[in-house]
Design a protein around this ligand. Structure first.
Ligand SMILES: [Zn+2]
Length: 359
């Protein structure tokens, strides 16, 4: 027998409650908070910018992977990289997770998938009651021999970065950029080619590309890159012969006609002046903008990015088949507009604390 309907207990309210408990709303599964992207039912953050109890980390770049969390879940490589950078005590506890291995966290299913950004980088898929959100972290689609290639994951909501989220940003072929460097080495055999590249990811990728282009001479590396380069080599990534670019008698001769890889911060510093007639090379997606190259005194700008360009961003959004897109760190407006024109709901996420230092 059906219960009697009284005016103070309307049935539709009951119905609404049932609906809202069954169907997950995206903002109830992941939401931006001052500390970062938070999952209320799982009680964890993704790439938090402040110390939190439970963190899931997409990759080892300093703006995503910070020290001081209670528990950290990440790929083994990302955990190793965090330890190399911050020391063994970077978190109270840690847990490695492999690509494609589902894990239950308080009724939320979590899985990590390759992002093609740097070694160990991952997109994090979060799923509950049939709703799946993918937080892609930083990613790219261009080939990169130093990390696993990006795998598109079908989802309802896709969270995308937008570092190069303007149609003007279309990255050139990486090998054609590297050949400009090998051509310069042939043209200027007496000059040390000081190659500025960020220490995690870009430095190893540029060395790997040089090897693929047939450059087999020893490459000199700045002390700040040693640990990470050696870690990549331990993981089976072939970087060829590397030598420390330490201060010593005869470094001028040793570096002539050679590539010396260093963090971009060395440009304009005394460190570069020990090399004979140094030629400044900078590998960055920002080298598309001439003014940036000029400001840093770069003679040979190489447009080489570990972030998706405009075409990769829009193609990836389509491949995920998401009907809603949240856009973060970068040029949110253009991607949001593109989504709207293509019938996909979109909004900027306005997360703070993520820089483009790795570019
Ligand atoms: Zn990054």
């Amino acid at each position: 027998m059906l219960p009697e309907i009284s005016p103070d207990k309307p049935v539709f309210r009951c119905r609404k409650n049932i609906l809202s408990s069954d169907a997950m709303k995206p903002q109830n599964l992941l939401q931006p908070r001052p500390a970062g992207l938070y999952c209320p039912p799982g009680d964890f953050y993704i790439d938090p910018v402040r110390p939190v109890e439970r963190a899931m980390i997409t990759h080892g770049h300093a703006d995503h992977a910070r020290a001081g969390h209670g528990h950290v879940l990440a790929t083994r490589e990302t955990l190793d990289i965090m330890e190399l950078r911050y020391g063994a005590g970077f978190a109270a506890s840690r847990q490695p997770i492999g690509y494609g291995e589902p894990l239950q966290q308080d009724g939320v299913t979590v899985s990590f998938h390759p992002a093609g950004h740097v070694l160990g980088s991952a997109q994090i898929a979060v799923e509950k009651n049939g709703l799946r959100i993918v937080a892609s972290g930083d990613y790219k689609r261009h080939p990169d021999a130093t990390c696993a290639p990006f795998e598109p994951v079908r989802c309802d909501v896709f969270i995308t970065e937008a570092t190069f989220g303007l149609p003007v940003f279309v990255h050139p072929d990486p090998m054609s950029e590297i050949r400009r460097l090998t051509a310069s080495l042939t043209q200027f055999p007496e000059r040390a080619h000081i190659l500025g590249a960020y220490s995690l990811g870009k430095a190893q990728r540029v060395i790997s590309l040089l090897r693929a282009a047939g450059h087999d001479a020893p490459i000199l590396i700045h002390g700040a890159l040693e640990k990470l380069c050696h870690y990549y080599q331990e993981q089976g990534i072939d970087l060829g012969e590397l030598e420390p670019a330490t201060v010593e008698e005869g470094i001028e001769d040793r570096a002539a006609g050679r590539v010396v890889v260093a963090p971009p911060s060395v440009f304009g510093e005394r460190w570069t002046r020990r090399f004979a007639d140094p030629l400044n090379v900078f590998a960055s997606g920002w080298m598309r903008i001439r003014q940036r190259a000029k400001q840093r005194g770069v003679e040979l700008p190489l447009i080489l990015s570990d972030h998706a360009d405009w075409n990769e961003l829009t193609a990836t959004i389509r491949e995920t088949e998401a009907n809603e897109v949240w856009v973060t760190h970068g040029r949110e407006e253009a991607i949001v507009r593109w989504c709207e024109l293509n019938g996909i709901m979109a909004r900027p996420l306005n997360l703070v604390g993520y820089e483009d230092e790795a570019e």
